[in-house]
Write a protein that binds this ligand. Sequence first.
Ligand SMILES: Cc1ncc(COP(=O)(O)O)c(C=O)c1O
Length: 376
Amino acid sequence: MNYSLRPTWVEIDLSALQHNLQQAVKLCSVTQRVLAVVKADAYGHGAVPVTQALQSFGVCDFAVATLEEAIELRQAGISDNLLILGSCFPGQEGAFLQYNLMPTLLDMDTALRLNVEALRQQRQIKVHLKVDSGMGRVGFLPGQLQELLPQLCQLEGVVVEGVMSHLACADELSSIVTTGQQEQFRIMLQMIREAGIEPREIHLNNSAGLCGWECTECTLSRPGIMLYGGLPGADFSTKLDLQPVMHLRSHIAQLRQISAGSGISYGHCYHAPDDMTVAVLPIGYADGYNRLFSNCGQGILRGEKVPVIGRVCMDWIMLDVSHVSAAAVGDCITLLGSADNLSISGDEWAEQLDTISYEVFCRIGSRVPRRYLPEP
Ligand SMILES: Cc1ncc(COP(=O)(O)O)c(C=O)c1O
């Protein structure tokens, strides 16, 4: 073996990304487009390469969370519609105009600041007005909207390009919260139209919404997690045919023969019950391999599942490979994703870690190099 990069890496399968996008497109009505959510470094998959791949698969609309994320995409030459799901914070107005970015409009103060800057530059800025139909997080509440719409209509530098809201409970296949939000969204849209604003874009659904909840008025859907192969909720496993995009792999750095009774790793929380063969992998919690996997993680080696033993360290983990007789230094062990027709999904990790696959993917550290397949 001769390593120019560390022997621990994440493989990003762009053909799986394309497959998942096709599933999202199928769920959209003929009049809807996919607005791909590529925030948080495309949920840890790499914002620039993922966005470029999605562009090549026909997507023209993207969303990130922050100005910095948007600038990264612009500097990589991505000139498509770019919505920032976070706000335009004081002092960022000039950059939003400079990089031709659309902020999500969450409050009137921001609208006023954007208007001043746009008029100063003798330009207009497109915004997507966010209404809180029941998410209880950010956006204009129904009462505020009534009061602020006349003011918003007066702002010559601000164009309401889109109206959007976000669902709180769409991962529950039948939820009265979601039916209530759909109804509230319709009412708020009506108020906006009555005030004389006709948005070109209307959007409500994330991945879960897209799978279970129709939005007839919507021109866009905003899937994120399903593009990356994660289920938006446990009940969706039979509804969605998704493929994992992220595969976390590492090569065995050392194979050690240890005798029965030996303690393994910090705290000796594992003692070998028999003589055994232990594989040491150069990966640890600094790479996003969670410490909670101590004594309970798994890897795939030569078509077999092998258990993690002992504490997960910052840079190393140990696995019991005693029953894989052909195991050799340099062999690849897959910790997340699939290999040899076996898989360890982000959703399985999430269940073990008591979280959601979103966090699993985002937490795979920046120290782990990403390899994109198929190579361009
Ligand atoms: C406003 C908004 N829209 C869409 C999404 C995408 O959601 P999902 O990844 O569940 O599809 C998110 C993600 O958090 C979001 O915050």
